[in-house]
Write a protein that binds this ligand. Structure first.
Ligand code: G6P
Length: 368
């Protein structure tokens, strides 16, 4: 039930929510960036600087797209704060009787705040004395109430089953959290400033990507009739590839697999051929050359490549290319995700799918 929230003139909630992202990202950032000290103000964490410094590890849990945004979050925390961090599906975590450590900070992610597996994982953590933060969109939801503190996304209601604006806002919230942790650890004021400035550029850069919707829609229509697609990325590009594959399969029912680009040769390369095009996430970072080599390996086996990246000069190495604006390397995954949302949306529309309510799926899975 969307209540007063309607599609606002868009054909689907999904398209509306994709297009809201300049504003929703701005709302997640609002009042939280301190340009004087290049720090983040996150009033809801309920952690003293002393407690913040005492954590030796960060463990992130969530389900579905929340889990993939957590993988971006783990990378941000490791890169900016140099604290070991990783993400795991909440449903796996809760069933494997995890070792709960007093010097680990747990972070639960949920748009709805009601996902049962995530809630049960948080309850298990609390039972074992774990300190849990929530990165949650819905104020006052069950997961938000259960956590010791956290960050609200302020992204507004998300209606379409496939998550978009909550995903980007979660990644932005993690950037703020990583900045906060970084600045109580070793992140320099200069790097803090670099990240603050990068965060402020995001809404405008997202708007720029949204302005290229027609170009992306044409590519979606070109590839939508394929039975299957491969998504690849390395390190920062890998969670983007996973979320891109997730969006495509959820809303278009096209089979999609995501792999770290480096793992292709350990199995999935056997699938590559004319029937299996690849979406390659290729940020302009220290792994660019490795990624370009992968594109060559795919094309040498007759696979088409749609590259999503930053450098026009490399576009000739792919069959098709979507160039997105460049931000700081740590923040690039947020922007690289946007064209893949539009790609999935337009593939689903081209195939006549029930975009906002894909078969077999629920917006919020409140059962086991
Ligand atoms: C369902 C939705 C996904 C969402 C996941 C986690 O599977 O279809 O879009 O990512 O639940 O939801 P949450 O509300 O906990 O973020």
């Amino acid at each position: 039930d969307a209540g007063h929230y309607d599609t606002g003139g868009y054909e689907h909630y999904l398209l509306k929510e994709i297009n809201e992202q300049p504003e929703t990202v701005a709302r997640t950032l609002r009042g939280r960036i301190d340009d004087r000290f290049h720090i983040a103000h996150l009033g809801g964490l309920n952690l003293t600087p002393h407690e913040t410094r005492a954590f030796r590890r960060v463990k992130i849990i969530g389900c579905g797209s929340a889990y993939y945004s957590g993988q971006i979050g783990a990378q941000l925390i490791e890169e900016l704060a140099r604290i070991p961090a990783d993400a795991e599906p909440a449903s796996e975590f809760r069933y494997r009787n995890p070792v709960v450590e007093h010097d680990t900070l747990y972070v639960a992610i949920s748009q709805s705040g009601e996902t049962y597996d995530t809630l049960a994982a948080v309850q298990e953590l609390k039972r074992k004395g774990g300190r849990v933060l929530g990165i949650v969109n819905t104020v006052g939801s069950a997961i938000a109430r259960e956590c010791d503190g956290g960050i609200y996304l302020h992204a507004g209601p998300e209606v379409s089953v496939a998550s978009t604006k909550a995903f980007t806002s979660t990644a932005v919230a993690f950037a703020l959290l990583a900045l906060h942790f970084g600045r109580v650890h070793d992140l320099s004021p200069a790097d803090g400033r670099r990240i603050c400035e990068g965060l402020r550029r995001l809404p405008e850069q997202i708007r720029e990507i949204l302005g290229r919707e027609e170009e992306i829609a044409a590519l979606a229509r070109k590839y939508a009739d394929r039975p299957s697609m491969m998504f690849v990325g390395r390190v920062r590009g890998y969670p983007v590839a996973r979320e891109g594959a997730q969006k495509l399969k959820e809303v278009s029912y096209v089979h999609a697999e995501a792999y770290p680009a480096s793992e292709l040769k350990h199995g999935p390369l056997a699938l590559i051929g004319p029937d299996m095009p690849t979406v390659a996430v290729v940020p302009d970072d220290e792994l660019l050359d490795k990624n370009l080599t992968t594109l060559g390996e795919i094309r040498a086996r007759g696979g088409q490549v749609l590259m999503v990246g930053h450098r026009m000069a490399e576009a000739k190495l792919a069959d098709d290319c979507i160039v997105v604006p460049k931000n700081e390397v740590e923040l690039d995954p947020i922007l690289l995700t946007i064209p893949l949302q539009l790609f999935a949306y337009h593939a689903a529309v081209a195939l006549g799918r029930d975009v906002d309510k894909p078969r077999n799926l629920a917006k919020s899975v409140t059962v086991e």
